[in-house]
Design a protein around this ligand. Structure first.
Ligand code: SF4
Ligand code: SF4
Length: 91
């Protein structure tokens, strides 16, 4: 089970044609380019390897359009050092 829940808002992402900051900053190669062309004729960023996500949140911090949200999956066990926020606790 993936440790992370990653949400990319395709209506906010400016498209990987002009921006791949999230792909560049992800140390785990979790993100890639969507094959789907949106109504705005862009290929947004997409989650391609969620299992590898460590919830470092670099993608979320560096996205200039606030298009990415990364949260801990509350169904996965807590390990020491995690900065889980309210609502991300184990259930
Ligand atoms: S950094 Fe943000 S705007 Fe740029 S490609 Fe990634 S999700 Fe889209
Ligand atoms: S939180 Fe970190 S590991 Fe996960 S997708 Fe973003 S940059 Fe990659």
């Amino acid at each position: 089970m993936s440790k992370a829940i990653i949400y990319i808002d395709e209506t906010l992402c400016k498209g990987t044609e002009g921006c791949k900051l999230c792909l560049s900053f992800c140390p785990q190669d979790v993100l890639g380019v969507s094959e789907t062309l949106t109504a705005r004729a862009i290929h947004p960023a997409a989650v391609v390897n969620e299992e590898n996500c460590t919830v470092c949140r670099l993608c979320m911090l560096y996205c200039p359009d606030l298009a990415i949200i990364v949260k801990y999956n509350p169904l996965t066990p807590f390990t020491k050092g995690e900065d889980r926020e309210e609502g991300e606790e184990n259930v």
